[in-house]
Design a protein around this ligand. Structure first.
Ligand SMILES: CC(C)(COP(=O)(O)OP(=O)(O)OC[C@H]1O[C@@H](n2cnc3c(N)ncnc32)[C@H](O)[C@@H]1OP(=O)(O)O)[C@@H](O)C(=O)NCCC(=O)NCCS
Length: 148
């Protein structure tokens, strides 16, 4: 697990485009990777040095926000998402962030499972928050994890 830099833009953008219904653009990812943003990014690599997934977050102690988490398709269900969550929780503890927030599509069963496993509980719902690529919208579930 390590911080990512500008040299990882193509890999991160590719994982995001393959993995998300409405991917973040290169224009949004580039300043994060360059360190020109309040958001930070960590990545998980396989033994051959291929980027398997990444997690984007921001810290505003004692609060924090998990902004994006994506694991590339061939690496799903192998524990990469869980490893990224573990690294993120360790960062929160070190930074003194006792409260972490996130938003997730209500239909995203694998992500909901992972977040609940890592101690996030449901705290609210935003109606029609996310756009669907095939038209229409879906709700966001708001989740919070309290405690280091
Ligand atoms: C959500 C995501 C990051 C999980 O990454 P991952 O590396 O596959 O996660 P892990 O392998 O650590 O854990 C996956 C867990 O989800 C479970 N799972 C998989 N598919 C599931 C489903 N359809 N319903 C419920 N749980 C499911 C697995 O059984 C596993 O649980 P376990 O560890 O208790 O056995 C990955 O699916 C992803 O990148 N999705 C697209 C992007 C996204 O939706 N990001 C999150 C919202 S921003």
């Amino acid at each position: 697990m390590s911080p990512l830099g500008a040299e990882h833009l193509e890999q991160v953008a590719g994982i995001e485009e393959r993995g998300q219904l409405t991917p973040m653009s290169r224009g949004l990812l580039a300043p994060i990777l360059a360190g020109d943003s309040r958001s930070r990014i960590i990545g998980a690599f396989d033994g051959a040095g291929t980027l398997a997934g990444f997690l984007i977050y921001s810290l505003l102690p004692p609060e924090s926000e998990l902004e994006d988490l994506c694991v590339d398709l061939p690496f799903r269900n192998l524990g990469v998402g869980s490893s990224l969550m573990g690294a993120y929780c360790a960062i929160l503890e070190e930074a003194g962030c006792s409260c972490s927030h996130l938003e997730v599509r209500i239909s995203n069963a694998p992500a909901l499972h992972l977040y609940r496993k890592w101690g996030y509980g449901d705290v609210g719902r935003r109606r029609d928050y996310y756009r669907l690529p095939w038209g229409g919208r879906e709700d966001a579930l708001l989740m919070t994890r309290s405690g280091a």
